[in-house]
Design a protein around this ligand. Structure first.
Ligand SMILES: Cc1cc2nc3c(=O)[nH]c(=O)nc-3n(C[C@H](O)[C@H](O)[C@H](O)COP(=O)(O)O)c2cc1C
Ligand code: SF4
Ligand code: SF4
Length: 432
């Protein structure tokens, strides 16, 4: 049976599922309920010099039937007094000593950092997370993503924190930067024990076209916020993997961004994370989603024979390569399962207008398709010699496994762009 216990940069927890610093970790009472529900750790809602929030604060992007595909917020850090937060931290860490209670901090002066590191440790924190990622409000005051976007400043503050901290320090990175490896490597140089990413992506969600005000509407005006939820997962996965494979990066990664189920978590782990943090999915469905996450990940690990997270952490990193190293002689083509096809012909339209015009309708005068067959006369036909293997038809087909992309045994030896440009191998013959 898989053992989900994790040791993340020296912070242990019963499982790799932590709550990210956000509304679900605003109070001690919430975090204790979350631990009772099964969460292995929680990063406290960022502490700083208390602020005032505005209303409204959130806006969402719905897509198809999915509510909150993306969530945008203009909330700042904790708006509760530090004394109240620290009293609750003490209670949580005393009552849940096996859990990973990590305190997120964001301060301005070295003195403030020092005082709050000491108070966090006195009250039982297992680790610290430095919020260098908030892309709204706090960055206008020189904190949050303003620090995450300046690797030299990030490195210096990380050094201050390490000087005063006897517990592990996690640097939380902002995705609002062109090359994530620069702040990631700066965190390593500053002495961080780990990084976590991503914080939210700077965004403007939508515009109320009657009022002519972007949302969320704060009394007739709005501002840019931070985007998160399922929509950001591919961006977060890329950034995690980019760090995991970087030659100068060698500390643990906590994966954040759109994690909603065990499968998302397993993907982050395969690409180099050793735990994950969750915010939007809990804001949407509540703490209990962790039950399915734990069951799903355990079952997957049992099926694959992985005893601990470390048995598969980073296993997919080496297959994330540069374009120039891909094999240009590898070829797949689309195959339609005529018995699953419902004849909607979406694949035909997509290939005709959006790809390479190699799907034909049976019986159409300008087509190459064979004559219609009784019972299958709406099933399109793929001209395999013309198919570029782009995948588009299989992506638009509404029926699961109806269009599959199948490798062609062409007997050609692998050739990459790098091998061609270095003169090692000839350019492959053009194929559709
Ligand atoms: C309403 C809201 C408030 C947040 N507040 C904080 C915060 O105080 N500190 C912080 O480090 N991240 C904060 N975050 C960012 C989350 O911790 C997390 O990095 C981000 O939401 C991506 O994860 P997700 O896609 O699971 O939501 C906040 C996110 C939301 C939606
Ligand atoms: S999209 Fe799928 S179901 Fe629709 S016609 Fe094409 S193969 Fe058939
Ligand atoms: S894989 Fe691309 S090119 Fe081939 S049939 Fe499908 S859409 Fe057309």
């Amino acid at each position: 049976m898989a053992d989900l216990f994790t040791n993340f940069a020296g912070i242990t927890s019963p499982n790799p599922f932590w709550l990210a610093s956000a509304p679900p970790t605003n109070t001690g009472a919430q975090i204790m309920r979350a631990y009772d529900a099964g969460w292995g750790g929680a990063v406290w809602k960022t502490l700083g010099t208390p602020i005032r929030n505005v209303t409204a604060r959130f806006a969402a992007n719905n897509h198809g039937g999915q509510r909150m595909m993306g969530l945008n917020n203009i909330e700042l850090i904790t708006d509760r007094p530090l004394d109240v937060n620290y009293a609750e931290i003490r209670e949580v860490t005393r009552r849940y000593p096996e859990h990973a209670t990590v305190i997120s901090l964001m301060f301005e002066s070295e003195q403030e950092w020092k005082e709050n590191i000491e108070r966090s440790i006195e009250n039982g924190a297992k680790g610290l997370e430095l919020n260098f990622g908030c892309p709204h409000g706090m960055c206008e005051r020189g904190m949050g993503s303003a620090v995450g976007q300046e690797p030299a400043v990030l490195e210096e503050i990380t050094r201050w924190v390490k000087k005063y901290s006897s517990i592990p320090v996690i640097v939380k990175l902002t995705p609002n930067i062109s090359d994530i490896t620069r702040p990631g490597v700066a965190a390593v140089r500053g002495g961080a024990d780990a990084v976590s990413l991503i914080n939210t992506i700077k965004s403007l969600m939508a515009v109320d076209l009657d009022l002519m005000v972007p949302i969320p509407n704060v009394g007739g005006a709005s501002t840019n916020g931070g985007y998160c939820g399922p929509a950001v997962k591919p961006i977060a996965l890329h950034m995690v993997a980019a760090l995991a494979r970087h030659k100068d990066f060698n500390i643990p990664i906590s994966g954040i961004g759109g994690v909603s189920n065990w499968r998302d978590a397993a993907e982050f782990i395969a690409l180099g994370a050793t735990n994950v943090q969750v915010c939007t999915a809990v804001m949407h469905y509540g703490y209990r989603i962790v039950e399915d996450m734990i069951d799903g990940l355990s079952n997957y690990m049992d099926e694959k024979g992985y005893k601990t997270i470390h048995d598969f952490a980073g296993k997919a990193v080496s297959s994330y390569s540069n374009w120039e190293d891909l094999n240009m002689n590898y070829k797949v083509i689309a195959k339609i399962d005529k018995d699953k096809c419902i004849g909607c012909q979406l694949c035909y339209v997509a290939c005709y207008d959006g790809s390479h015009q190699c799907i034909y309708i049976p019986g159409a005068e300008d087509g190459r398709a064979p004559a219609p067959v009784e019972g299958y006369n709406r099933v399109p036909w793929v001209a395999e010699d013309e198919c570029t293997g782009c995948n588009l038809c299989s992506l638009v087909c509404p029926v699961e496994e109806c269009i599959t992309m199948e490798p062609v045994e062409n007997g050609l030896e692998p050739v990459s762009w790098k091998q061609y440009t270095s003169g090692e191998k000839p350019l492959p013959a053009y194929h559709y």
